[in-house]
Design a protein. Sequence first.
Length: 234
Amino acid sequence: MNKDQFIKYLIDNNIQYNEEMLNQLDIYASFLLEYNSHTNLTAIRNIEDVYLKHFLDSILLIKNWNFNSSAKVLDIGTGAGFPGIILKIFRPDLDITLLDSNNKKIAFLNELIGKLNLQNICVINDRAENFIIKNREVFDYVTSRAVSNLNLLSELSIPFVKIGGYFIPMKGNYECELKESLNAINVLGGELIETIDYQLPIENSNRSIIVIKKNKATDQCYPRLYDKIKKKPL
């Protein structure tokens, strides 16, 4: 997907944008590819795939879910900033926290945020099991994109969500993962509300957003250490 095709998709799907946002995406794409030439951030190596598989894929979260104004959003395992940086560019009102345990990716994100002049966005270099200690049930939304199996990811994510808030992971093929995760979602205080299925344009690959609402407080014993979660998922 080249830039013109990307813009046409935004127009055709009534996704609001302005020239500043497009300029920020240009800077993002160029810096990502340059940085990726010496530090492994992503397997994607050309600008057309950056616009399709990173930028547009992340924007489809905004297209398919209406975030409340000025909401606090946590992006777990953000990697090179997807979907969190894209959420911030297209919804600058959102209060975004990017969480990742990879030092090299955190260094990239801090430099990128400066280049894009983004405000009200926080980058945290930590594991979810540690960050939760002072951030339990403080976020309106928690999201992630292509991170871990859903039953593991749910235990790491749902404890961060406020009662009445939402955990909204982005997935590819999810049916088996979801079936295996329903008990964990329930134990952690969540409820499956809906799955939103769609296709990524051009390559027509399947994508899904899983919407989980937090109805009650998560027991303080969760999340467990990652090794324990992995060894014995809920």
